[in-house]
Write a protein that binds this ligand. Structure first.
Ligand code: PMP
Length: 427
């Protein structure tokens, strides 16, 4: 049984000693002390179904025994910096990762986070092309350091510091965008931005195939091939940010970009890659990777023996437990059930996403699409009381983000939807 400090004591320490800008979910924040697969437990031993853990990194489920064993064994044997000496863990994982990627995408650079991975990808594209300008989508989230804060395009995540050379193009958002689901029309803004906002050449185009923080917005079909064309004509590289959509989460594919049939020049990843252990990666072609050899480049802990041992174990679990297939089957079922709720409640304006990367947008008026922010918070709180944890996102804070560990079952999906149904019916 848990014998640590109470939730109130932790909250008091947090207020006094921690970053005042961090937030927590729920009126009464949850004190989680243990995790097992798709479940979290609070200090009283109460169990919660964790339908948001996937985004907080866990793809194989909390504390998956194979991943824990890999971490423990490697920690007992050796933990060290990535550079200077040889170690098999990093080489084995790089090889395994390359086997999951299409084309000539086979050279990995490891980092500790998604922000670092995207910073490196941007640097690489600028060095390789000799250009500075980057194009990113409005409503995107790519990180919060110098370069990535520039590419992130939601005011709530941007501080007023220099973010040079980034152009934010119209978001191909099928629900709120002016061109509906016509991806090619949105892509004309990429062409226009290049023609009228740059020298005609750009370093890169960076995007999430399904925007996570932005509220599970799946880019309109046909958008990526057309946008890629314009970017390539302008000499730029295409960077797929797979921090949320990668690692089998979309079910239909292993990577989010695959759904639109494109092959990026650079792929960045984090979160699910280490099932909770800090790890990120940039994978690119040998030719582009060479741009980094003009100077020395290293990252002390990026790809250290323990994190890469975790990464390798994750790939094996995804395969062994057929998690991609499960993400597809259970995710499709869950989406179907959520769509049935949409038919029942006017408050639900949109249900979207793929596999286990799903969004439910709440609006007080379906015609005007008025964000139902307070209702979103209320439903989340009530569902927590019923034992189900979901996330939220979107610029207006009115989209439920349902991104469970990939081991989520049909019974879990039923429990989640029933809890949502019960809460909505009582409003
Ligand atoms: N890219 C995407 C798509 C993300 O969702 C995030 C984190 N929310 C990041 C990059 C940044 O990752 P990290 O927080 O690990 O730096």
């Amino acid at each position: 049984a848990y014998s640590g400090p109470s939730a109130d004591e932790i909250l008091a320490k947090r207020r006094e000693y921690l970053n005042p800008s961090i937030f927590h979910f729920y009126k009464t924040p949850l004190n989680v002390v243990e995790g097992k697969r798709q479940y979290l437990f609070d200090e009283k031993g109460r169990r919660y179904l964790d339908a948001f853990g996937g985004i907080a990194t866990v793809c194989c489920g909390h504390c998956h025994p194979d991943v824990v064993a890999a971490i423990v064994e490697q920690t007992k044997r050796l933990q060290h910096s990535t550079v200077l000496y040889l170690n098999h863990a990093i080489a084995d994982f790089a090889e395994a990762l390359a086997s999951k990627l299409p084309g000539n995408l086979k050279v990995a650079f490891f980092t500790n986070s998604g922000t670092e991975a995207n910073e490196l990808a941007i640097l690489m594209a600028r060095l390789y092309t000799g250009c500075h300008d980057i194009i990113s989508l409005r409503n995107s989230y790519h990180g919060n350091a110098g370069g990535t804060m520039g590419t992130t395009a939601q005011s709530i995540w941007k501080f007023n510091v220099i973010q040079s050379g980034v152009h934010h193009v119209v978001n191909p958002d099928p629900y709120r965008g002016v061109f509906g689901s016509d991806g090619e029309k949105y892509a004309r803004d990429v062409e226009d931005t290049i023609n009228f906002g740059t020298s005609g050449n750009v370093a890169a185009f960076v995007y999430e195939a399904i925007q996570g923080v932005g509220g599970i917005v799946e880019l309109a079909p046909g958008y990526l091939p057309a946008a890629y064309d314009s970017v390539k004509k302008a000499g730029g590289l295409c960077i797929a940010d797979e921090v949320q959509a990668g690692f089998a989460r979309t079910g239909s594919h292993f990577w989010g970009f695959e759904a639109q049939g494109v092959v990026p020049d650079i792929v960045t990843m984090a979160k699910g890659i280490g099932n909770g252990y800090p790890l990120g990666a940039v994978v690119t072609t040998p030719e582009i990777a060479k741009a980094l050899t003009r100077r020395s480049y290293f990252n002390t802990f990026g790809g250290n023996p323990v994190s890469t041992a975790a990464g390798l174990a994750v790939l094996k679990v995804i395969e062994k437990e057929k998690l991609q297939e499960n993400a597809f089957i259970v995710g499709s079922y869950l989406k179907e059930r959520l769509n049935a709720l949409k038919d029942k409640y006017e408050l639900i304006g949109d249900v979207r996403g793929r596999g286990m990367l799903l969004g439910v947008e709440l609006v007080t008026d379906r015609q005007l699409k008025t964000p139902a922010k307070n209702e979103t918070l209320h439903v989340m709180d009530q569902m927590k009381e019923l034992g189900v944890l979901i996330g939220k996102g979107g610029y207006y804070g009115n989209v439920f983000r349902i991104t469970p560990p990939l081991c989520f079952t049909k019974e879990d999906a039923d429990f989640l939807v029933d809890a949502m149904d019960h809460t909505l019916s009582a409003m």
